[in-house]
Design a protein around this ligand. Structure first.
Ligand SMILES: *Cc1c(COP(=O)(O)O)cnc(C)c1O
Length: 440
C-alpha cells in the first residue's frame, strides 16, 4: 500500500491511527482525501487527528503535538479559537445554507475590497482551486486570448490546465505532472522557471500577444518557500502590462497572512486579479477571486462568463472568515505574526548552525521552511536528492517522537499562528536541537 515499508515500531506507538488508516485504505483511495496526508514522503502511518486546540493537535491515540501545519494555512488564529467558534455557532443556529444572498457575504466582500486595493470586486467560491479556475476563465474572457503562463513549483490548485510542474504535491510523488490531463488541456499553458528574467522576456517576445494571463504565487510556498527578488516580480508587472496580459497573484496562502493586503502590499505591486483561500475562510471551505471592476464585470449575471456555486458565500463559512479577519485586526495580528517569526528565527539560527548536515531556514513572516538542500536554499523549484529526502524523513519522525508535528514532506512550508506562544517556539527549537543531535 505504501512505497515505504510500514514501520511496525511506529505503528505500535499509534495503534488507533494505524487501525483507522487500515479501514480508510479499504474505502478511500490511499486512505486519504488529499495525497500529502498519506505520509508517503516520510513513511509510517499518518496520524488521525481527533482534536485541535490553539497551537496543538491531539491524535486518535490521545498524544499531543505542537502543530506546525495549521491545516496548511487556514488556521492563522490557531485551532478552535473561541471567537471564531462563537461566530460559527451563532451562524449555524440560523441555518447552514440558503442558496440566496446573505448579509455576511457583503460584509466579507467589503472587508476584502478594503484590505486589498487591487480587488475592486470579489466573488466567493468554496476552495482555492475554484478561485484560480474562475480567475483564469475571466482573464481569458476579458483578454480574448487563450495562453496561460505559470511557474514551475507554483501550485494553483488541481484544475487540469494548471496541473503542470505544480509544486510539492506532485514533487513529493516524483511526478512532473498528473495523469488524466489531456495534452490538449495543457497545450495553452506555458511553464517558466522562477527567478529567470531572460526566459520570461523570451516567452513574451515570442507569444506575448497570445497570453491571457500570467499567474504566480507572489511568495511561492508550495515547493518549500521560494522568495523571489523584487526586481523579478516588478518585471512580471511590466511585461504583462506591455503585452496586454493580466497579472494574477495567487494569494491563497499569502493573502491575509503576510499582511492585511497580502503579498501585493508587501512587495508594493498591484496585480490585475488575485485569488484567495485558506485564511479567508478561517478553517471553513472558502476561496475568493477579485480584481478591477472592468474585469470582474465580465462575470455572469452581468457578463458573458459563467461561474457559479451551490455553497458559494455560505453563511457559516463567511462567519468564520469574518471572525478571523476581525481577530487579526483587533490583535494587531500581522505585526504579532512577524514578531513570532522573527523570534523563531533567532531561536533556530544557533540550533541549525550545529546540525550535522545542512539545514537552511527560509522565513517570511509567519511562514518558514527548513530546506535540506546541501547546496543552500534554492530560489527555484529544485528537487531534493535521495539523501536529502531520507534526511527529511528521519528528521520528521525524530520531531514527531518529540511531540512536534511538521508537514510530512521536505517540500512543504511550516505555518505559525497567533496561538504559537514564546514557550511553544522555545519548545520547538529545543526539540529540533535534540532531533538533529540524535540524527548526527
Ligand atoms: C492551497 C492552494 C491552492 C488550492 O486551494 P484548495 O483550497 O486546496 O483548492 C491554490 N493556490 C495556492 C497558492 C495554494 O496554496
Amino acid at each position: 500500500m505504501s512505497n515505504l515499508r510500514p514501520n511496525t515500531l511506529r505503528e505500535s506507538r499509534h495503534p488507533r491511527s494505524a487501525e483507522l488508516y487500515q479501514r480508510a485504505c479499504r474505502v478511500i483511495p490511499g486512505g486519504v482525501n488529499s495525497p500529502v496526508r498519506a505520509f508517503r514522503a516520510v513513511g509510517g502511518t499518518p496520524l488521525f487527528i481527533a482534536r485541535g486546540a490553539g497551537a496543538q493537535v491531539f491524535d486518535a491515540d490521545g498524544r499531543a503535538y505542537l502543530d506546525l501545519v495549521g491545516s496548511w494555512g487556514p488556521l492563522i488564529a490557531g485551532h478552535a479559537h473561541p471567537a471564531v467558534l462563537a461566530a460559527v455557532t451563532e451562524a449555524l443556529s440560523r441555518g447552514m445554507t440558503y442558496g440566496a444572498p446573505c448579509a455576511a457575504e457583503v460584509e466579507l466582500a467589503e472587508q476584502v475590497v478594503a484590505c486589498y486595493p487591487a480587488a475592486e470586486q470579489v466573488r466567493f467560491v468554496s476552495s482555492g482551486t475554484e478561485a484560480v479556475m474562475s480567475a483564469i476563465r475571466v482573464a481569458r474572457a476579458f483578454t480574448g486570448r487563450d495562453l496561460i503562463v505559470k511557474f514551475a513549483g507554483c501550485y494553483h490548485g488541481h484544475a487540469d490546465h494548471l496541473l503542470v510542474a505544480a509544486g510539492s504535491g506532485l514533487a513529493t510523488f516524483g511526478r512532473p505532472s498528473s495523469a488524466g490531463v489531456p495534452e490538449a488541456f495543457t497545450a495553452c499553458t506555458r511553464v517558466l522557471p522562477l527567478d529567470d528574467e531572460a526566459a520570461l522576456q523570451e516567452l513574451f517576445q515570442r507569444e506575448g500577444a497570445r497570453i491571457a494571463a500570467l499567474i504566480i504565487e507572489p511568495l511561492p510556498a508550495n515547493h518549500g518557500l521560494l522568495p523571489q527578488r523584487r526586481e523579478f516580480l516588478t518585471r512580471l508587472r511590466q511585461l504583462t502590462s506591455e503585452h496586454g496580459a493580466l497579472l494574477v497573484f495567487d494569494e491563497v496562502i499569502s493573502g491575509f497572512r503576510l499582511a492585511r493586503g497580502g503579498a501585493a502590499q508587501l512587495f508594493g505591486i498591484a496585480p490585475d486579479l488575485a485569488t484567495f483561500g485558506k485564511v479567508i475562510g478561517g478553517g471553513m471551505p472558502v476561496g475568493a477571486f477579485g480584481g478591477a471592476r472592468r474585469i470582474m464585470a465580465r462575470l455572469a449575471p452581468d457578463g458573458d462568463t459563467y461561474q457559479a456555486g451551490t455553497l458559494s458565500g455560505n453563511p457559516v463559512a463567511m462567519a468564520a472568515g469574518l471572525a478571523t479577519l476581525a481577530l487579526l485586526e483587533r490583535e494587531s495580528g500581522w505585526e504579532r505574526l512577524e514578531a513570532r517569526g522573527a523570534e523563531l528565527e533567532r531561536l533556530l539560527r544557533p540550533v541549525l548552525a550545529q546540525a550535522g548536515f545542512p539545514v537552511h531556514l527560509v522565513r517570511v513572516g509567519s511562514l518558514f521552511w527548513l530546506s535540506l538542500h546541501e547546496a543552500g536554499a534554492p530560489r527555484t523549484a529544485l528537487a531534493l536528492s535521495e539523501r536529502e529526502r531520507a534526511r527529511f524523513a528521519a528528521l520528521f519522525h525524530a520531531m514527531l517522537e518529540r511531540g512536534i508535528y511538521l508537514p510530512p514532506s521536505g517540500y512543504e512550508a511550516c505555518f505559525l499562528s497567533l496561538a504559537h506562544s514564546s514557550a511553544d517556539l522555545t519548545r520547538f527549537a529545543q526539540a529540533l536541537r535534540e532531533a538533529l543531535a540524535a540524527l548526527a
